[in-house]
Design a protein around this ligand. Structure first.
Ligand SMILES: Nc1ncnc2c1ncn2[C@@H]1O[C@H](COP(=O)(O)OP(=O)(O)O)[C@@H](O)[C@H]1O
Ligand SMILES: N[C@@H](CCC(=O)OP(=O)(O)O)C(=O)O
Length: 363
């Protein structure tokens, strides 16, 4: 693995990496990671940081005085903790003369193309100006269904959006093990080839004390990102010199080999399942054509039904006759026009090939 100048790396740090076992902030660990990120920047790699820890920091710095609803509690703690978290990063990066910027996002910011491009433009501007973007989910407004599964999902979305070369997920384990990491006989899975079968049977539902999603989301997100051409490493952020070892290609971790990179616009579509506004049911002929490996767009002649409402530019879910989810695509026109063209020949594609993403059923 060589590290070209300008290589874009997204690094995600989990809550557990930044806290000690009793939940108090682990300043030493944060300082060590700040040093290492600064080292990568000195080597002229571009880094985007996704960091969890707001709730954990808030919990340790503030005690609620009134009986408060659990959801509001989390909102309060994250709002309080985020200030502490970013303050701690700012102070430490200042010592390294690295300017930082705080970016708080919600799932809806990935919902439409406009928000998405605005966010991307801002991050690109920051990188160009050599500012380190420090991203976290805006937990004060993201509750229940508006939430990302966790920051691993957010990190995958950001890596795809920014066309990153590498995504490094730092947790409190060395990677994915072929059993529970606490069992002595389990071994670290060091390499995962593109399109290899799911590893979910190895993963216990347990998660670390402050984590939200657990290893399953990390694995799903890592596979998806690798299929989009991004190399993904799940590694132990508590390990000394984890990022330096990454730089010197000697990191012990789970490495997801990147698949062949696909066309760029497809990356945001691949991550848009939750945001799709409508469904397009296609016939068997259309399904076969789309899966043929050829450059095929989705034409109205192969569409059996349109469900839900969507406008031009929004993402639609593509469904087989028997209800299987086949893929996602950006609609070239809205649901109303699509209804009129249903089953007709010689019509403009509803989803152009460049904006069509088919699910990989091995993931
Ligand atoms: N097969 C496995 N390999 C590695 N970790 C596993 C496995 N099964 C369960 N886990 C658990 O997943 C946890 C990491 O996920 P999570 O709690 O979400 O961390 P983070 O806070 O870093 O996002 C580990 O601490 C570990 O206990
Ligand atoms: N936005 C939350 C992050 C929640 C989360 O995803 O945590 P983790 O599983 O540790 O990455 C916080 O800062 O506390």
């Amino acid at each position: 693995m060589s590290h070209q100048k300008g290589k874009k790396i997204v690094i995600k740090i989990g809550s557990n990496v930044l806290t000690q076992s009793d939940g108090t902030p682990d300043r030493e660990r944060m300082a060590a990671l700040v040093d290492q990120i600064s080292f990568l920047r000195e080597k002229e790699l571009q880094v985007i940081l996704i960091t969890s820890g707001a709730v954990a920091y808030g919990r340790k710095s503030f005690s609620l005085i009134e009986k408060t609803d659990a959801v509001v509690q989390k909102q309060i703690l994250s709002a309080i903790g985020q200030v502490e978290l970013i303050q701690a990063y700012k102070q430490l990066f200042l010592e390294k003369t690295v300017p930082v910027a705080q970016i708080m996002v919600t799932k809806s910011d990935f919902r439409d193309r406009k928000h998405y491009l605005n966010m991307k433009g801002c991050l690109e501007g920051l990188l160009k100006n050599k500012v380190l973007p420090v991203i976290n989910e805006n937990d004060t407004v993201s509750v229940t269904e508006l939430m990302f599964t966790d920051n691993d999902e957010l990190a995958g979305l950001v890596a795809a959006m920014m066309d990153a070369h590498t995504l490094i997920i730092l947790s409190n384990v060395d990677g994915i093990f072929n059993g529970h990491p606490d069992h002595p006989e389990t071994e670290l899975i060091e390499r995962v080839a593109p399109n290899s079968p799911s590893l979910s049977h190895f993963i216990a539902a347990s998660k670390s004390s402050f984590g939200r999603g657990g290893m399953i989301t990390k694995m799903n997100m890592a596979k998806k990102s690798a299929n989009l051409g991004i190399e993904v490493l799940i590694a132990n952020g508590k390990r000394e010199n984890v990022l330096i070892d990454y730089y010197h290609n000697k990191l012990k971790c789970t490495y997801f080999e990147p698949g062949k990179a696909k066309l760029n616009p497809k990356k945001w579509i691949a991550h848009s399942d939750h945001y799709s506004k409508g469904e397009v049911v296609i016939n068997q002929g259309a399904e076969k054509a789309l899966n043929s490996g050829q450059t095929v767009s989705l034409l109205p002649v192969g569409i059996l039904a349109i469900h839900g409402d969507f406008i031009k530019g929004e993402v639609v879910r593509i469904i087989a006759e028997d209800g299987r989810k086949i893929g996602l695509g950006k609609a070239a026109y809205g649901a109303k026009v699509a209804q009129e063209k249903l089953g007709l020949n010689n019509q403009k594609p509803l989803v152009h090939y460049d904006y069509l993403y088919l699910f990989d059923h091995s993931a």
